[in-house]
Write a protein that binds this ligand. Structure first.
Ligand code: XMP
Length: 510
């Protein structure tokens, strides 16, 4: 069955991804593409409608990003958001200028004219604005459908075409009616079908993988996370024994990691070889305290092990659990963001190893991967696990890494996570873990003075790890976590709770 497709032209807004998420949540397939996509490419993709994103740019910038105006003659519904709306209104000869009052944050919407796009959206609903330029004199070909409580144009429509512009951001949660607004545009205006579901992808993905690999061999490294597990199960379904998967036991994994993932994977036809490399990793990390050095050592060691496996199995392909958010970064106009941490993604690997990539999840968001994993028969415990970084516990043991410190962290982390699960908080939190801090403090146990380590507990809410806020774990649960850890883990006499958001902090400590 044909899926309706929505194209989102990205002008570099921080929240473009949220437009995509909103559309996908309506069970409609969408893709984010560069703002300067050619008219021919658009025709080839045959979208049901097009959304123009916001942008950090102003339409008055010298080299402001613009789309191919021919698109307007395609007779495809278009929705411009913020900067996208200003581009449209400029084309329609409205006057746009720097606003006297910068509308930023929640603003009430005053409806002026009814239209299908405003169906079931009450007057005075809260919209979220963030703009410096304002459309203050609408062109003759457009109708103003709504204004902000301060009088600026909030929604307009072309008089003869299905072309709309909104000054506010319907894609952010702060716009109370945002989902309804996008749904009105997608269904009532653009007649999209809501027939896209990640689980529907199994068949087409299997074929895609078979067409790509064409009888060749592939390797896949499973980390215990959901992405590598789901992509490996998909590839194993598609190419069977031509896939050699393995789990590198770095000695820096969570407690009982391998025991947890192995049986489920085996049941699903993936039979990963466990490579015990903990000695190599720990010996190379001995005495290393610099976080970037740790990451580099781990990345390099992974590469060596992968190379060995690829050679041994004569593989031409490498399976990677790349997700859509990673792909979108590279289409953004804003260029690569500064390196905050050199994430160990296996991105550099294929170039050096001359391996071709199999990335069956590159058009999916994390929650969609979870849905797909569930339909593949992967157990809930594995699918709903929190993300875990490639370098593992190495970047959660601040300072020196050794077996004893790994063990302390594993034990504390396991107690913490189990309590979150018992208290039904685990699934509400995006990522939770312990960090071993290289500080000893004085304590008292019984009548004895202690001088032991400190553990920090971290829990964040997030959608994609790009931004995060600390999770409000109830005090009584924090109390239980603290006493369980201190009473059961030898070597810890203090537990602290991390209450920082990202930005300015990051989720991991190193
Ligand atoms: P930060 O600490 O950058 O983390 O706020 C954002 C998300 O990325 C994970 N993370 C990593 N994942 N390799 C990975 O595969 C890495 O080197 C790495 N560093 C951080 C982190 O756990 C969080 O989910």
């Amino acid at each position: 069955m044909e899926f309706s497709k929505v194209l989102i032209l990205d002008f570099g807004s921080q929240v473009t991804k949220l437009i995509a998420r909103n559309v996908r949540e309506l069970n409609v397939y969408c893709e984010i593409v560069r703002f300067d996509i050619s008219i021919n490419e658009i025709i080839e993709q045959n979208p049901k409608c097009i959304i123009l994103s916001g942008s950090p740019a102003s339409i008055y910038d010298k080299k402001n990003p613009e789309f191919d105006k021919e698109i307007l003659s395609l007779n495809i519904p278009i929705l411009g958001i913020c900067y996208g709306a200003q581009l449209l209104s400029k084309i329609f000869k409205s006057q746009v200028k720097k606003s006297k009052i910068r509308e930023f944050g929640p603003v009430k919407l005053i409806k002026i004219k009814q239209d299908k796009i405003l169906d079931k959206i009450p007057n005075n609903s809260i919209s979220w604005m963030s703009h410096g330029d304002t459309i203050y004199k609408p062109g003759k070909v457009i109708d103003v459908l709504a204004r902000s409580e301060f009088g600026s144009v909030a929604i307009f429509k072309h008089k003869a075409k299905k072309i709309y512009g909104t000054q506010f951001h319907p894609e952010v949660v702060h716009t109370s009616f945002g989902k309804k607004f996008i749904s009105n545009f997608i269904f009532s205006i653009s007649n999209c079908k809501n027939n896209w579901k990640p689980s529907r992808l199994i068949k087409s993905k299997t074929k895609e993988i078979q067409d790509l690999v064409k009888g060749g061999r592939a390797i896949s490294a499973i980390s215990g996370g959901v992405d590598s597990s789901v992509s490996s199960v998909l590839v194993a379904n598609a190419i069977g024994t031509k896939l050699n998967s393995f789990i590198v036991d770095t000695g820096l994994m969570r407690k009982d990691e391998i025991k947890l993932i192995l049986p489920n994977l085996k049941k699903l036809g993936v039979n990963p070889k466990v490579i015990n490399a903990s000695k190599i990793f720990l010996s190379r990390l001995k005495g290393v305290t610099n976080p970037e050095k740790k990451r580099k050592i781990i990345g390099k060691t992974f590469i060596e092990l992968f190379e060995k496996e690829a050679k041994r199995t004569k593989a031409e392909f490498l399976v990677q659990g790349t997700l859509y958010p990673d792909v979108i970064e590279s289409v953004s106009i804003s260029g690569p963001s500064a390196v905050i941490k050199s994430h160990h993604n296996v991105g550099g690997l294929p170039k050096r190893m001359k391996l071709k990539l199999v990335e069956p999840l590159r058009d999916l968001f994390k929650d969609e991967v979870r849905v797909l994993g569930k339909s593949l028969g992967i157990e809930k415990d594995l699918i709903s696990r929190h993300p875990f970084p490639g370098p593992g516990l190495a970047i959660r043991i601040l300072g020196e890494i050794n077996q004893e410190r790994v063990k302390i962290l594993q034990e504390a982390d396991s107690i913490y996570i189990n309590i979150l699960k018992e208290k039904k908080l685990y699934d509400l939190i995006w990522q939770a873990f312990c960090v071993l801090i290289p500080i000893k403090t004085v304590g008292v146990m019984g009548d004895e003075r202690t001088y032991e380590n400190t553990i920090a507990i971290r829990a964040v809410n997030s959608t994609d790890g790009m931004t995060a806020s600390w999770s409000r774990i109830p005090y009584d649960v924090l109390d239980l976590i603290s006493s369980e850890i201190i009473n059961s883990v030898k070597g810890i006499n203090k537990v602290v709770f991390d209450i920082s958001n990202k930005p300015p902090s990051t989720i991991e400590w190193e």
